[in-house]
Design a protein around this ligand. Sequence first.
Ligand SMILES: [Cu+2]
Length: 336
Amino acid sequence: MTEIVTRRGFLKAAGLAGAGATLAACTPKPPSPTPASTAMAMGPAGAIADMDAEHEAGVKIFLEGAGKDPAFWGTRLTPTMDGDTKVFEITCQDIQWEVQPGAPAAAMAYNRIVPGPEIRVREGDPVRVVVHNQMAQSTAVHFHGVIVPNAMDGVPYVTQPPIKTGETFTYEFTARNPGSHMYHSHHNAAEQVTRGLLGPFIIEPGDSAQEPAADADYTLVLNDTTLGFTLNGRSFPYTQPILANLGDRVRIRYMNEGLLIHPMHLHGLPQLVFAKDGWPLPQPYRCDTVNVAPGERYDVIVECSEPGAWAFHCHVLTHAESAHGMFGMVTALVIS
Ligand SMILES: [Cu+2]
């Protein structure tokens, strides 16, 4: 597994140890995705100085936060058992969510976190998901990619009535197809999902020999629009890097819950794509940019063979950087 590195260790790994003192002199100020009209108004020389300072300040916040927010990598929901059935309780609520600290936004969440808690079961498990709706809007839950009986598909007026405010609906099925899946709202979804009603639903294969060997397992949920461009509900510089050791094999599960495509580009190392939408590929392939469309999931392995801090970001550059610095869908893979 990856270890939590100290800031000094991170800076060293990032080749930035000498820059630490310089970075420490800056006043941290989160970058904003808005155009740098103020800086530009200062004229070319002033604009460049301010732009560089803002870029540097954002990177400093990211570096100082490295390893300090383990919740970024998700919270697994613990089931209760009813005989052989794994029972998961989900409550939908209107909350305030901070994509970056100090900037709360109106969100909708499962169990008060964005993304919602990870549900992880094993192939063959009987599963029950009890959904309580405490939001002002009605909703429904669709288990995206999971093969379920039709009545459990979660589409209002097609397979069930909407779950109105104050109501509870129970979904029940057997986990049949292993892979990286999702659960999310299927009601007023362009708003509800982009406000946060989404979460990973992972089915591990019954035969664990079917899983590729990996030293660590990370899920990156991509989202956009209502809460901005986010990785796991956070915007750079408040995302977390993947911290790995030289020689590690790191598994990454991409899940796009947004409305836009996000080509996720990793510097320095190839990504071995071995599953699409939870299904193993007949021929895994290597690439450096995995284009994840809305609704898609890709599973990749990265062999951490090159030490350093490797930038890792969406390559639609307006989702990742402005004149105020990097923001949104940016993180790093740091190999010590
Ligand atoms: Cu993007």
